[in-house]
Structure formats: C-alpha cells, structure tokens
Design a protein around this ligand. Structure first.
Ligand code: PBG
Length: 304
C-alpha cells in the first residue's frame, strides 16, 4: 500500500543480438540466457517478449562481413534490416528500436570512421544517418544512436525528415560512459576495439555535469528521449537527468551488470530472482521511465 516504486513489464526494453545464417542460437558465454540469434529465432524471442507484456525490443546486428566503413550497417539486405522487417511483420504491436552505431560492423571495432589511428567525428555522421534511414525503412519505429559522435542527433533527424520518416522518434544514448561494464556485450557483438579504447568519444565516469550538457545538446538537436548508460554505477546521473528534463528518460542495465548477477548466483552467493527485482527497482526508483535490460523476460515472468 505504501510502496513508492512499482515495476511493470511495460517498463522494459529487451535487447536482441541478430546474426546471419539459419537456425543459429549461439549462447554468449559471459551472458547466461542471452544468445546470438538468426532472424527466425529473433522473431521467436520478440514474440515471447510481446506475450510477456514487454512493449519493445532493441536490435543489434552482427554481420558476417565487417569492413573499415561498416557498410553492412546500412546495406539494404543487412542482417539488422532483415530482422527489423521480419519482426515488424510477425509482431506489429512491438515497438522496434534500432541501435545506430558502427562498432558491430567495422573491422577495427570503433564506433566511427578511422583515419590515421583517429576516430573522425564528422565523416562518421553521414554513415550513421544512412544506417538510421535504412533501419527506419526496414521497419524500425524508434532510432537509438549509441555511437557518441557529436552532432549525430541533428544529422539523423535531418536525414529521417528528408526521407519521409519525420514521425520516427530518436532515443539518444545521451550520457554514455566509457565503461568496463560493456565487456560481455563486446563478446556478444564481437565489437571490441582493435586498438585504443572509446574514451575519445564516450564519457568519463567521474563526470555528471558533463552528462547534463550532453543531454541538453541532444535535446537541442532533436532527441525525443534520452538515455543514461550504464545504469547501476550511474543512478545519481539518472536522477539528475530526470530532474532536469521533461522527456522520457531511459537507462541501460548493461551486459556487465547482467553478468555479475548471474556469475554470483551460479556460485550460490546471491538469490538471482531477488537481486534482479532489487536492481531493476533501484533503476526505476532513481528516475528511469524505461529500462533496457537483458533480464526483461525473466523479470516480466517474476512480475507476471
Ligand atoms: C555500441 C554499444 C555498446 C553497448 C550498446 N551499444 C558497446 C560499447 O559502447 O562498447 C553496450 C551494451 C551492453 O554492454 O550491454 N554499439
């Protein structure tokens, strides 16, 4: 009766990793219960999520062929485009999000174009815009740029507007930190940078005022929703962003945060069901309106 925070399956966005081929359902060793899925298995996972009351999935594509410019990210028959179309067709009620970034598609594993060992911000923007348009065409309802290049929200908004996708909203990964908690994701997406790190474009974990600045810039450029990522070490950032803005605030409960709970639970050190609910409740209590989480189906079953 006096509980202040209530979790619901409708708070969740479920991430899916889509690979090429048929009948692939490859476990990701550092993320128990999460798989690399070929398109038909991704459709099945999306159906299950929808049946559990989860309103949205976010898709990450992992192509067989990676190159310097990440061309599979904006190929008409790219793996993420195929998955978007198939899921939209099978479960039209689901809100389909497309993660927009080059790192899963580039051979060097960086989120932008590389020249002489440097990530080139402005040369990356047209490629991201092309990916956004191609995903919207394939069936994405929401475009979610995670690359952290400056000016990408404006570039994406303009490109979407010019191609008949003026109604497609942008959820920007606005405050995305250079975090060690992305480790398991990089196994799942085979996207670890082949040289250097992402500190040139992702944020310093020590900064919170800078997060508010990043959020303000993305809103000014046309973002409809903003995200804080990771979630758990950044609950204060979620709260501050929530106090500052009047758009929906999302938080990404990332791969390392997921892996830690499973690793400890496998050893019998913690009660998985209990800590999953505790962690997700804390993210909502901090101020998140939406939570991207690999726990989504598990938590929805616990709530159901
Ligand atoms: C970049 C991207 C990453 C994640 C989501 N989008 C990885 C990175 O920045 O290295 C991480 C998500 C997670 O760890 O669960 N495309």
């Amino acid at each position: 009766m006096v509980r202040e925070t209530t979790l619901r399956p409708s708070d969740f966005i479920y991430p899916l990793f889509v690979v090429e081929g048929r009948d692939v359902r490859r476990p990701i060793s550092s993320m128990p219960g999460v798989f690399n899925l070929s398109v038909e298995h991704a459709v099945a996972a999306a159906r299950e999520a929808h049946a559990l009351g989860i309103p949205s999935v976010i898709l990450f594509g992992i192509p067989d062929h990676k190159d310097a410019l990440g061309t599979q990210a904006y190929a008409r028959d790219g793996v993420v485009q195929k998955a978007l179309t198939a899921i939209k067709d099978a479960v039209p009620e689901l809100q389909l999000m497309a993660d927009i970034c080059l790192c899963e598609y580039t051979d060097h594993g960086h989120c932008g174009v590389v020249d002489g060992g440097h990530i080139v911000n402005d040369a990356t923007l047209p490629l991201l815009a092309e990916m956004a348009v191609s995903c919207a065409r394939a069936g994405a309802d929401i475009i979610a740029p995670s690359d952290m290049m400056d000016g990408r929200v404006r570039a994406l908004r303009r490109a979407l507007d010019e191609t008949g996708h003026a109604d497609t909203p942008i959820l920007s990964y606005a405050a995305k930190y250079a975090s060690g908690f992305y480790g398991p994701f990089r196994e799942a997406a085979q996207s670890a940078p082949q040289f250097g790190d992402r500190r040139g474009y992702q944020m310093d974990p020590a900064n919170v005022r800078e997060a508010l600045k990043e959020v303000a810039l993305d809103l000014e450029e046309g973002a409809d929703m903003v995200m804080v990522k990771p979630a758990l070490s950044y609950l204060d950032v979620i709260t501050k962003v929530k106090e500052r803005v009047d758009v929906p605030v999302a938080a990404y409960n990332v791969s390392g945060e997921y892996a830690m709970l499973h690793a400890a639970a496998e050893r019998g050190w913690i009660d998985l069901d209990r800590v999953v609910m505790e962690v997700l409740t804390s993210i909502k209590r901090a101020g998140a309106d939406l939570i991207l989480t690999y726990h989504a189906p598990h938590a929805a079953k616990l709530l159901g």
